[in-house]
Design a protein around this ligand. Structure first.
Ligand code: NG1
Length: 541
């Protein structure tokens, strides 16, 4: 196997610690950054193969999102900006875990199984977040991408192209991969192009807001000391003061995700440190790679109110449903949630709003696929990770109506609002910046305060806990992760505990991004939700 010499040589610069086993989880590989160099190199190699296979540009994002600064991670982005397919997640795991001497066999295996034409050109976009480890780890990805397979496989002439975007939010990279592969039909594959498209649509939308005061245009943003803060700063001039942002936790002082950011706010149910909150003021938090957003405010009694992914999905789907009615368009709209969705949100959506609600496993790839089944699929995880998908048919019908010269003004206005809504949304993946612009536009158009939005329904008190166990993989689940099938007896124990509380629900599942088991409980009172979560976590041990 003389032709593999180059891979061998290069991979010895990125050696795998013997015995280390990592799994491509909910959002790629994630662990302490010091264990990831070989993974990055190998994901560079794999992205090149995926690009050859799909004959399209593939993205590689170096980030560990909401995880602490010491961690890092990597995920692959498929041609339309979606998460890589399950079969390739499997290859990623195989390649990552092949011991040093078996790497070439593992690579060859993938090439053969997928019948990859090695003479095909490869194109890979690489991005990274602001973690200190991201610079060297993204270089390791590039080392993998830049290996010219043909020189060792002795095939025909071919080139491996890459474009190193450097610092980007995860959703920006998804967006640019999609733009590149649709020859610009989705937008321009540049950061500037992204700001222009989203901000122009936002400004068009806010023209429909009457009498918006400067106070209503003001928003406090917690950037989690991460990439999102940097990108909000870059974008601000495109907003032409239609949205006036006070940026906190911009990375100049604090540590990434530490006591701040969307995950902290959602899980701790309290405001981040480092932000000035005046009673009644609208605030939001991004997570470490700006693919999640949650809103919140404190009332005059100092009480904290969280508006999470469920409240966001409700606001957006109500807005879209109203526009569809005004436009006289018969399009099927659905909301996709996970088991973490607050029970009150599901009841409100199904019983009051009468929209279809689907529940999937955790991880946006599952929600994304479910949302694709509808004309309009609004999907959000409770933690604020989500977006809206419009089918081709829906987009065409909206466009026809917006451009129909014989249409009456009300229907036309609604269709144009829908068009601009489509343009402000990043349909490739959940995107804190895009979601923020959409939410701000909706609140402005409807003349709605954050308190009025919050009052749409009341959340059931809930609690999320993390439990450390020796091997979290012994827990297996079914029914969109709402029931445990192993270990034996665990589900029965949970059922017994749940029966002791009113309006209660609880489930457990192994995290795909951290070495913990997550426990979720909701009940009629906070005390009840807290004690149920505690009791269930004891049952997990
Ligand atoms: P895990 O660690 O598998 O629970 C977490 C989030 C997911 C998703 C991923 C990727 C919760 C309960 N889980 O997954 O929703 O966002 O991270 O970032 O919030």
């Amino acid at each position: 196997m003389a032709q593999f010499e180059e891979v061998s040589k290069q991979s010895s610069q990125h050696p795998k610690p013997a015995g280390l086993v990592l799994q491509y989880g909910t959002a790629g590989f994630r662990t302490n950054a010091k264990h990831l160099d070989h993974i990055m190199f190998r994901m560079g190699l794999l992205a090149t193969l995926r690009s050859k296979k799909t004959k399209a540009t593939i993205g590689v994002m170096v980030t560990a999102s909401h995880n602490p600064e010491e961690d890092n991670g990597v995920k692959l982005i498929d041609p339309m900006g979606e998460m890589v397919t399950p079969a390739w997640e499997g290859y990623a795991t195989q390649l990552a875990n092949a011991e040093q001497g078996d790497l070439l066999t593992a690579l060859k295996d993938i090439i053969e199984k997928e019948s990859i034409n090695m003479s095909q050109e490869a194109n890979v976009f690489v991005g990274k977040d602001t973690r200190s480890s991201s610079a060297s780890l993204s270089q390791a990805v590039l080392d993998g991408v830049l290996l010219n397979f043909d020189s060792f496989l002795n095939f025909f002439l071919h080139f491996s192209h890459h474009f190193y975007y450097g610092l980007v939010t995860t959703p920006q990279l998804h967006y640019m991969v999609c733009c590149q592969n649709t020859q610009g039909k989705y937008g321009e594959a540049t950061i500037e192009g992204y700001y222009r498209k989203l901000c122009q649509a936002f400004i068009q939308l806010t023209k429909n807001a009457s009498n918006c005061t400067d106070d209503q245009k003001h928003l406090s943003v917690d950037g989690a000391n991460g990439i999102g803060a940097l990108k909000v700063r870059e974008m601000e001039s495109h907003l032409r003061r239609e949205l006036q942002i006070s940026l906190f936790n911009d990375g100049s002082k604090g540590k990434l995700n530490h006591q701040c950011g969307a995950d902290f706010v959602k899980v701790q149910q309290k405001p981040p440190t480092g932000i000035n909150i005046n009673p009644g003021e609208r605030c939001c938090s991004f997570d470490g790679d700006a693919d999640r957003i949650v809103y919140y405010y404190t009332d005059s009694d100092g009480q904290f109110h969280l508006l999470d992914g469920d409240k966001i999905a409700t606001l957006i789907s109500t807005f879209l449903k109203e526009l569809l009615t005004q436009a006289g368009l018969d399009l099927k709209i659905a909301v996709v949630q996970t088991a973490y969705a607050n029970g009150s949100s599901t009841h409100y959506l199904e019983d009051t709003m009468k929209v279809i609600v689907r529940c999937t496993k955790t991880g946006v790839k599952h929600l994304h696929h479910a949302a694709q089944e509808f004309d309009i699929g609004v999907y959000f995880e409770a933690n604020g990770h989500g977006t809206v998908l419009f089918s081709k048919v829906a987009e065409e019908k909206i466009q026809q109506l917006a451009e129909d010269p014989n249409m009456n003004d009300e229907r036309k206005r609604a269709a144009r609002l829908l068009q601009n809504t489509i343009n402000v949304i990043n349909q490739t993946v959940g995107d804190a910046i895009s979601d923020m612009l959409l939410i701000e536009a909706i609140l402005a158009i409807r003349g709605m305060t954050v308190q009025q939005w919050d009052a749409i329904y009341s959340d059931l008190p809930n609690r999320q806990l993390k439990v450390k166990v020796s091997d979290r993989r012994v827990i297996d689940t079914t029914d969109a992760e709402r029931r445990a099938v192993s270990p034996a007896g665990l589900q029965e124990a949970i059922d017994t505990l749940v029966k002791k509380h009113r309006l209660a629900r609880s489930f457990v599942r192994p995290s795909g991004t951290e070495d913990v088991v997550r426990v979720y409980a909701e009940a009629e009172t906070q005390e009840s939700a807290d004690s149920l979560a505690h009791e269930v976590s004891l049952a997990v041990y």
